[in-house]
Design a protein around this ligand. Sequence first.
Ligand code: COA
Length: 372
Amino acid sequence: MTVAISATGLWTPSDSISNAELVASFNKYVERYNAEHAADIEAGVLPALLPSSVEFIEKASGIKHRYVIDKKGALDIDRMVPDIPERPNEQISLMAEVAVKAAKQALERAGRDPGDIDAVICSCSSLQRPYPALAIEVQNALGAGGFGYDMNVACSSATFAIQNAADIVRAGHARSALVVNPELCTGHLNYRDRETHFIFGDAAVAVLVERADIAPKGAWAILGTKLLTRFSNNIRNNFGFLNRCDPQWRDMPDKLITQQGRKVFREVVPLVSDMILQHMAELDLRPADMRRLWLHQANSNMNRLIAERVLGHEATQDEAPTVLDVYGNTAGAGSIIAFHLHSDDLKTGDKGLICSFGAGYSAGSIFVQKAA
Ligand code: COA
């Protein structure tokens, strides 16, 4: 049975932060910190903090701007975390709310009612709570049937969930499976850390996976999916429920995202490009068959290298579109945002690749072909 991506949806926060605004806030924090600790810095007890720069961020990452759930809290140097008030149990949780917004757009674009959905998978890099599952909350808010569950595969959350959804549909457990990927990444971002403060933004995406024979016109047939994981400590977030056993946990930077960016760059580029080339060979696809690559959006230089290794030449923006410059890294949502915003212009028969990579390490490739 052929399975298809019937439609996608995207929710974008209304707040946004430019690099200039982010760097101004960070540098104000650095100035105040260094002034407050001047004696210790002078005595060599503490190292002085170094300022950040717009030029570095743009050159090293390609990020110019990001959408965020709360700009004020993130830029306020007395907080430097988004201000997200807790909600009562009677109110929908924030992550479910934004997932529902993306889901409704996907359903509308596919011409589906929530009652058509038999399965909901919520997959993201950080889940708001252990239980009840966000997917079940989304299922309830939409009025969908069947079952729902949560999963987490860091930046590969969406592609792993799409393979799960495709397997569920192919096995006959559902006709229409909805994947939601709410990524409120600024909640795990350390705005006081020069190495990482610029990386992440927030967004939510939804992907409707269905039997191809019921999918709407212009759906994307899934030609093949492949997942890969290889353990690495180079991107970590040690936040978890056992942290509460340590009273000091709130002050520990490793309870937010930390990474060895250079090592990630060096190790992930060959891992992902080899995986894509092997998957292409298995599906009897050639580089010339690829009309477009919708790559994970973490670093523009990484994407340039991966696309070049896959296509055999430097990719144009048309061949491998970037959304990183405007959205920043939105973890699992990145490649789906690229697909959502840059796929309507393709023609029947065109083939492309949705590809994710990130912490774990984890990587996923999904080859698709536009149906009539
Ligand atoms: N402003 C100005 N300078 C900065 C800076 C900032 N915000 N952050 C670091 N620097 C400096 C460093 O101090 C270093 O200076 P030095 O050469 O004098 O020691 C220099 O810039 C290079 O730092 P480095 O961390 O090696 O930068 P990089 O070129 O590797 O770029 C990343 C950093 C994070 C953008 C890049 O490594 C990356 O994107 N890697 C992949 C990460 C990734 O995909 N992760 C997946 C997440 S899901």
